[in-house]
Structure formats: C-alpha cells, structure tokens
Design a protein. Sequence first.
Length: 247
Amino acid sequence: MSPNYLTSDKIDECVKGFEAIGFPQCLGAIDGCHIEIKPPAPEAVDHHNYKGWYSTVLFALVDYRYRFTYVNIGSAGRCNDSMIYQKSSLAKHIEASAFLQEKAKEISGVNVPVMLIGDSAFRFSKKLMKPYPFSTVASLEQRTFNYNLSKARRVVENAFGHLKARFRIIGKGLDSHHKNNSAIIMSCCILHNILNMHNSAINENWELATNEQREQPDTSNSSADFNQSAEQIRSAIAKYCVDRNEN
C-alpha cells in the first residue's frame, strides 16, 4: 500500500479520531509484526530473528479505526523496526508532506505538527513521537504522556491481533513459496480493511487461538536520542495530556 492517502481530509479525520482516544495531532501509529516463513537457504541467515525463528516483517501504519493505511512487506526478520521505517517510502512522504506542517496546532504555547507515534525503538523527531525513557522518578507529565501515547498506539497492536485472528496463516506462519509471501500478506491486509469497513466482528475463539502463536521479537530499546525541537513538542503534549485529564 502506498502512503498517497495523505490527503487533507484523511489527515483531518485521523487527527480527530486520535484526539478522541486522547492523543493530539496524530496521523497514525507505526510498528512491525514478524510473520513466520520458510526462506530459501541462501537467505535464511538474514531472516533469522532474535527469537530464533525465521520471519519476514509486516511494517504498518494504522489509523484510529485499526485499518492499515500503509504497509511495507518483505524486510528480513533480523531488521529492526526503526531501520525499516527510515528506509521506507512512508518516511520520505512524512518528511516531505506539506500538509502535516500546514495543519500544525498550537499546544501549550508550542507549534505542534501532525505526526506519527511509535514505541521506544524508533528515532525521536518532530514527526515521530515516542515515550519518555523509563524512570523511577518520572514526573506526572511524563507518566501521563506515556500512558496516553500507549493507549493511542494500541491501535496498531490491535490491528495485528485482528489480522492474525481473521487469517490464521498470518499467525501460524506461511508455508508457501517465498516468492508468494508478500502477495499473500498484502491480500490479507486488504481483506482486513474491507472486513473492518463492514464492521465484521472478531470471533473470541479466533482471538484465543492467537495466544498459541509465536512470541514476537522485541526490538525496542530505551535509548534517549535527544532532539531539542522534538522534546519541546513532547513536553507541550505532556502538559496538554495532564490538563485534559484534570478538566
């Protein structure tokens, strides 16, 4: 899927949706999901992930309704999410999109553009917010920010969960020829969006079955990559989250 969905109306819709969840100026949440595959022998070492099994990565941007708005499929299992994002067409579009800056909003005295949200694995920037590093002496604003970001970021985790529940082949692993893997995963993502659009319910037994699937590799880290302008935005949003909770 291409990031050409970045129309003015689509951005407005997503920002409004995430605002209702509790996080302002958010276009969507990004993350990666490892899907088990049987790679050809020459490529096996690249697909061997940190949990000790072979996988390809489904990297996705998900909106507030659990729909995939961008997917990048086929990175080897040894790749981390941040590296996949930095090399993606999505990153290029996010940096180049005039809409995201044009739709900036003043929050707590700071001009805040529309942005993506992710976990601690990603590189911190004005266009990509991530949590404050864990600290036993974190301030109220830092704890509140992390809570609100985590709640909003759950949409991508839920989207992956629903995808695996609806299509067992995604959760159990692909045994098809490796050349067909990307097309199969892409088809499942498109069908997921169509079913979501028509409010197709997720069967509880399907969700329970996902608990038996492979544990995902954890590629997150707690590196404090400082970016002054991004930090001003994060501090402004943190203050906004506390003020919102008090009102």
